[in-house]
Design a protein around this ligand. Structure first.
Ligand code: CTP
Length: 400
């Protein structure tokens, strides 16, 4: 339908970016490539009026319009829902190092040449004058065959250093190599201190994509490659390489226990070197959160030398003082407490008395402080395995 409308309007419509790359990769290597999550459809023309026409013919709505002449559109067709990114063919002008570009609607050739890597700069026409044609202005197909991550121009990472992280993702995801130009572009980026100038939010977002957009098994390689290219240091982010394994295993352990947002936060907290938590300012975290983390880190440190000697209940009482995101982060910084902490998080913190306060009163306990103390005692005994069921709880109350 979109193609028919573009034909009627005599505007060139094409697929671009990941969808074309993945389609060709599949054909080349006959291997399974994860299905593209988003579909990029580009129009050389007036996209706003094009979408108006499209949405008169099909059920759907514009979910989001960005400053870059793009629209996220939800289409409902035959009972199914499709999310499509509609993009205006555009030219980008970068006026400042590592700042977002100014964009202008333009010719499809400009739209190809604005892109990050040759393998992402292939397009397939959906309407005349290039209906069904693969257009490759930058030898992208050749680089796909060779398995090379090659920027389109040497200033590419000065304009947009997030592309380096994107390149790492493609390298690890597809098992490709960096081209010589990749390293030349990286050198230019370092010379201009472009990574230092990249905003904290954009830097944090790119790192989060390692976690959310890539298969879990690739996380170690993604982090190691980032480290080996010296990107963390260049971005003025003090991280601790020794945390990588601990971080990855903790996130694995916590599957299903925490939300995606919590996971992202722990990931970024856990990456940084615990001796330099101020480094988290670089990732855009607010003062209040960093101060909290420092405070709770101190609390664990005070107890660390004595950790083995503490009873299970004493450890639990310490853990209970710390909100879960900070607590789990501290498990990454201090391997000594990790085992106890995971057990606490998955098991002990969920242990609750079967009896309620009201039932305790019915059993003759006086209202007030005593109730709280008893409920706490029941919990302690349950965790320590001394009592098991409601009956045991009642007996404990009677003895008390
Ligand atoms: N792009 C770019 N520079 C960026 C971000 C995106 O040139 N900093 C271009 C690339 O050509 C990319 C396209 O915009 O192919 C779409 O971006 P995105 O949806 O983020 O990536 P995909 O290529 O679809 O790849 P992925 O599989 O990682 O989603």
């Amino acid at each position: 339908l979109a193609r028919d409308i573009s034909k009627k309007r005599r505007e060139f419509l094409y697929f671009a970016g990941g969808v074309v790359r993945d389609y060709l990769l599949k054909r080349l290597y006959k291997k399974r490539i994860p299905k593209p999550k988003d579909l990029d459809l580009v129009l050389q023309g007036n996209l706003k009026s094009f979408l108006k026409e499209l949405l008169e013919k099909v059920k759907g709505q514009i979910l989001f319009e960005s400053q870059f002449l793009t629209y996220k559109v939800k289409i409902n067709l035959n009972g199914k829902e499709f999310l499509i990114d509609f993009i205006t063919a555009r030219k980008e002008i970068y006026e400042d190092i590592a700042k977002l570009p100014k964009v202008f609607a333009s010719h499809f050739e400009d739209d190809i040449l604005r892109r990050d890597f040759t393998i992402n700069a292939l397009i397939i026409g959906l309407s005349p004058p290039y209906e069904g044609v693969l257009i490759d202005l930058v030898e992208g197909e050749e680089d796909l065959k060779k398995g090379l991550i090659k920027p389109l121009y040497l200033n590419s990472f000065v304009d947009d250093p997030t592309r380096i992280f994107r390149g790492i993702r493609y390298k690890i995801r597809f098992g490709f190599n960096f081209s010589e130009d990749f390293f030349l572009a990286l050198k230019k980026c370092f010379e201009k201190s472009a990574l230092k100038k990249l905003s904290g939010t954009r830097l944090a977002n790119e790192l989060k994509l390692y976690l959310t957009k890539e298969p879990e098994k690739n996380l170690k390689n993604l982090l190691m490659t980032t480290y080996e290219l010296n990107l963390f240091e260049e971005a003025e982010l003090k991280i601790n390489k020794k945390n990588f394994n601990s971080l990855i295993s903790l996130l694995k352990e916590l599957k299903g226990e925490i939300s995606e947002r919590e996971k992202e936060k722990i990931f970024l907290f856990g990456l940084v070197d615990s001796r330099f938590l101020e480094s988290l300012y670089r990732l855009g975290f607010p003062d209040s959160e960093i101060k909290e983390l420092i405070k709770y880190k101190k609390l664990i440190e005070e107890n660390l030398s004595n950790w083995e000697k503490l009873s299970l209940w004493e450890k639990i009482k310490i853990f209970e003082k710390i909100p879960s995101i900070y607590l789990l982060t501290l498990g990454i910084y201090f391997p000594k407490i990790k085992k106890d902490l995971i057990k606490f998080f998955k098991e002990y913190r969920k242990v609750k008395p079967e009896l309620t306060g009201e039932e305790l009163i019915k059993l003759g306990v006086k209202e007030g402080k005593e109730i709280g103390a008893l409920l706490e005692l029941i919990r302690k005994e349950k965790i320590e395995g001394k009592i098991k069921n409601e009956e045991d709880e009642k007996n404990l109350v009677i003895q008390f």
